[in-house]
Design a protein around this ligand. Sequence first.
Ligand code: GDP
Ligand code: IMO
Ligand code: MG
Length: 459
Amino acid sequence: MTVTIVGAQLGDEGKGGVVDIFGDAVDVVARYQGGDNAGHTVVHEGDEYKLSLVPSGAVRGKTGVLGNGCVVNPRTLFDELDALRERGLDPDVRVAKRAHVILPYHRVLDGIEEEAKSEDDQEVGTTGRGIGPTYEDKAGRRGVRVGDLLNPDVLRDRLEYVVPQKRALVENVYDIDIDDLENPDAFDVDALHDEFTAIGERLDENDMLVNAGEFLSAAIDDGENVMMEGAQGTIIDIDHGNYPYVTSSNPTAGGAATGTGLSPGVVGSGDVVGIVKSYLTRVGSGPMPTELGGVEGDTPGYDEQGEGENEELATYIREEGGEYGTVTGRPRRVAWLDMPMLRHAARTSGFTGFVLNHLDVLAGLDEVKVGHAYELDGEVLETMPATTEEWARCDPVYETFDGWPEVDWATVADDGYDALPANARAYVEYVEEELGAPAYAIGVGPGREETVVRHDPFE
Ligand code: GDP
Ligand code: IMO
Ligand code: MG
């Protein structure tokens, strides 16, 4: 049996926590896209774990798989594994031989391109982890795959083809002298070959390399439960998000099939659970029609949407929710829940249910608003327009809900759904009705015990 966890919005919806909450019956947790741009938080027995690359299930001793759709920075992977071991865990993580390797030059190029774009206010606000450049090389058929690290000759051939191209790009297109860079070795074939051959040996010696599709289907054939852990979210999906303010992979449920080697039938035979934050946050650029207040400099070209009157409320929610980037520490932009966005997400991934997180963060407000629809050029829209330029011009049509009080959330979670304040239940039920899917759980705090679980998709 499989369950797929998908971010419904702009990332940071609390996916890591949900993987943990439904993790009891899970044997294997597989990431299917993205890389160390993700930052997933799991609070387990009072300890907080922030994971970029290691699948969240590792905290509970589950086998983790980085699927072929991922881009893997081995330095981050080993650092994270070492840090978990220092905290007394014994993580078991496998890496798809078909996954692509983030090489040091990818990170450098990510930074250089963002810098160049920022001159015209066009930067995406990436995490700087080299994600885009690595997926570019994958699509350009000049990437290095994890399996290539086992064969020094193949690795040398790949590097000897691609590294001179990267050098030429830096020097001739961006007009930067490689020797002036902080780490010129990122563009040195011999240095790269030495480091990444050794990494291949380490992965091999630790028995970490797998053919992901085969490995995962064998697990399913053996009756094991597989959880697919999406990273990022629907609106930063490269196909279904607000291009170009997106990441370079498919966080939506289709990515779970292509990114693991399991068939769409296998993925679709299980639950697809959308993870929804009760409001919206965004790190990086791009529009957000229901924005409450901008973070200066973070919304090139679209500042007008969020500026002004609601800055105070945005700051309040940001502080209550601890809305600072897990990977980069950047303050997250804040907005009201956006229902056209969620309808788009539910259709794209086929949510069979959802988890509504962070309901506690909104407690104590007099009223809570939801962008129920948009108005664009005199028309009312129920879902997101396909171009980012149109989306940026959408005016939200708000619905207003009465607020709910701050209560003892752990007790509420213990007592169950009916113990939630009535106005909070009205909010949950509105989302259920609009999405035509049930709320499997409601997050009322960061810890496992601060979750109202109504249905475990593995049961
Ligand atoms: P992810 O990237 O989707 O896994 O989410 P992040 O870990 O980046 O961000 C979610 C943050 O919210 C983390 O600090 C979580 O511990 C926290 N969190 C998750 N669910 C809830 C919730 O229901 N209430 C509150 N207050 N915090 C939550
Ligand atoms: P999790 O898994 C929120 C955003 C970046 C930037 C854009 C492209 O924790 O939800 P990239 O480095 O991927 O090329 O950046 O995507 N972004 C995220 N935002 N949560 C994430 O991951 C993100 N991963 C990337 O801020 O706007
Ligand atoms: Mg995150």
